[in-house]
Design a protein around this ligand. Structure first.
Ligand code: FES
Ligand SMILES: [Fe+2]
Length: 386
C-alpha cells in the first residue's frame, strides 16, 4: 500500500496525536477516526496485527492427534492442529492448489482433505494426495505442503506471528513471564471458550478491560466498584492490579464464596486481587487467585470485532468433585460482566460516529488506556522522526 498521508489528511500525521502523547492528566483520547476509519483499520492490520505476536489459544484445546481448531485472524484463516507426532502446529488455512479454506470450526480429522478438488494433507501439513496432477510439469507433492506460520508456545499458550522477522516471543513479552509466572500457566487447563461478534472497534473492548473507572456504573448491579492500580512493566504488555477488599476470589461475584483453592505460591498482593493485563495488541490474561481467563480480540472491520474468551483453572481444581458446582460461580460473574462490557462498548462505538465528536480528557483511573493509545500510535503513525 502507498503511503497515503496526503490522501488521508491528518490521520497519519504525527502532529495530530500531540495531545495523546501528553502525560495522562493533560492528555486527550484518540481521535474518533481511529475507531471508525477504514484507512486507519487497514494500517492497523498491516503495521500491528501482521507484525506482532498474536495469542491463538491453548494446546489442551487440541488434546488428541488430529484435533483442530480453525480461527479467523486479521491475517486470514489459520488452523491449529495436533499432528500424529503430538506436536501442535499452526498453518494458513488455505489449500496450496487454488486456495480454498480447508477446515471450519473445530473437530478431529485423520487427514485434511480439501473440499474443492480433494488434495489431501497429513496432520503435519505434508501433501500426501493430489489427484489429477500427474501430467503437471515438474509437480512434486513434497513442494506443496501447507504453509506453516511462524509460531511459538509459552507455557501451553500458542502464539503466531505473520512477520518472519522481528523479536522472538520471549523478547516480545519482556518481563511478563516473570510477573505472571507465579500463576503456573503450564498447569492451567482451559475448560470453556466462547466467541462473541461485537459491533464495535476492537480497541474499545481492550481499553474497557484495562480500567476499573467504569465498574461502579456499568457493573453497578453485578461486579460493583473495584480499584485498579498501575503495574510497572517492561516489554509489550501493561497491567493494572484490581482489588475489591475481600479474601474471596476476584473471579466470582462480590458476596459470593467459592471453595476452589487459591493457586499455590501466590505473593501477598496476588492473594488479594487480580491482574488485568494487555499483551499487545489485543489479548488480556486476567489472573485471579484461583483461575486465569483470557480475552482475545481480533478486528473484523473498522467497526466490528470478534471477542474470544477462555477460562482456565489449575489441573488440581478441575479434578475436584465440587468443580462443576463451584466453577459455575465464575462463569456467572464473567458472562454477566462480558455482556455489560459489550453493551457499553457498542454504545461507545455509536457515540464515536458523531460528526461533532472531539477527543476528550482522561481520568487518573485510566493510565493503561493511555498506554494503549501510545503503543498504537507509535506503530500505526510513528513519532514523526522517520
Ligand atoms: S483448491 Fe484445494 S484441491 Fe483445489
Ligand atoms: Fe467491565
Amino acid at each position: 500500500m502507498q503511503e497515503s498521508s496526503i490522501q488521508n489528511g491528518p490521520m497519519f500525521d504525527p502532529a495530530s496525536y500531540a495531545e495523546v502523547r501528553k502525560p495522562l492528566l493533560e492528555a486527550r483520547t484518540l481521535p474518533a477516526w481511529c475507531y471508525t476509519s477504514a484507512d486507519w483499520h487497514a494500517r492497523e492490520v498491516e503495521r500491528v496485527f501482521l507484525k506482532s505476536w498474536l495469542f491463538l489459544g491453548r494446546v489442551e484445546q487440541v488434546p488428541k492427534p488430529g484435533d483442530y481448531i480453525a480461527i479467523d485472524t486479521p491475517g486470514g484463516p489459520v488452523l491449529m492442529i495436533r499432528g500424529r507426532d503430538h506436536e501442535v502446529r499452526v498453518f494458513a488455512n488455505t489449500c496450496r492448489h487454488r486456495g480454498a479454506q480447508l477446515l471450519e470450526g473445530e473437530g478431529n480429522c485423520r487427514a485434511i482433505k480439501c473440499p474443492y478438488h480433494s488434495w489431501i494433507y497429513a496432520t503435519d501439513g505434508k501433501l500426501t494426495g493430489a489427484p489429477g496432477m500427474d501430467e503437471t510439469v515438474g509437480f512434486a507433492k513434497v513442494d506443496w505442503s501447507l504453509t506453516a506460520l511462524r509460531q511459538d508456545i509459552w507455557e501451553g499458550c500458542v502464539f503466531i506471528n505473520f512477520a518472519q522477522d522481528g523479536p522472538g516471543l520471549l523478547e516480545y513479552f519482556g518481563d511478563m513471564p516473570s510477573v505472571l509466572g507465579q500463576y503456573d500457566f503450564a498447569n492451567l487447563v482451559c475448560v470453556e471458550t466462547r466467541d462473541y461478534d461485537v459491533n464495535c472497534n476492537w480497541k474499545l473492548l481492550i481499553e474497557n478491560a484495562l480500567e476499573a473507572y467504569h465498574t461502579p456504573t456499568v457493573h453497578k448491579a453485578t461486579l460493583g466498584e473495584q480499584v485498579g492500580k498501575l503495574i510497572q512493566t517492561q516489554g509489550n504488555w501493561d497491567a493494572i492490579f484490581g482489588t475489591n477488599d475481600q479474601d474471596q476470589s476476584f473471579s466470582v461475584l462480590p458476596g459470593e464464596t467459592c471453595a476452589l483453592p487459591f493457586i499455590e505460591g501466590l505473593g501477598k498482593m496476588e492473594q488479594r486481587g487480580a491482574y488485568f493485563t494487555v499483551l499487545y495488541p489485543a489479548t488480556q490474561f486476567a489472573c485471579a487467585q484461583d483461575s486465569v481467563w483470557w480475552l482475545r480480540l481480533f478486528p473484523t472491520g473498522p467497526e466490528s470485532c470478534r471477542l474470544n474468551v477462555g477460562f482456565m483453572f489449575p489441573r488440581e481444581a478441575i479434578e475436584r468433585p465440587d468443580f462443576a458446582e463451584e466453577s459455575k460461580k465464575h462463569f456467572e460473574r464473567w458472562f454477566a460482566g462480558i455482556d455489560e462490557d459489550n453493551w457499553i462498548s457498542i454504545m461507545q462505538q455509536k457515540g464515536l460516529r458523531s460528526a461533532a465528536r472531539k477527543p476528550g480528557p482522561m481520568s487518573s483511573q485510566e493510565p493503561v488506556v493511555h498506554k494503549v493509545y501510545n503503543w498504537l500510535v507509535d506503530r500505526v503513525v510513528g513519532n514523526g522522526a522517520g
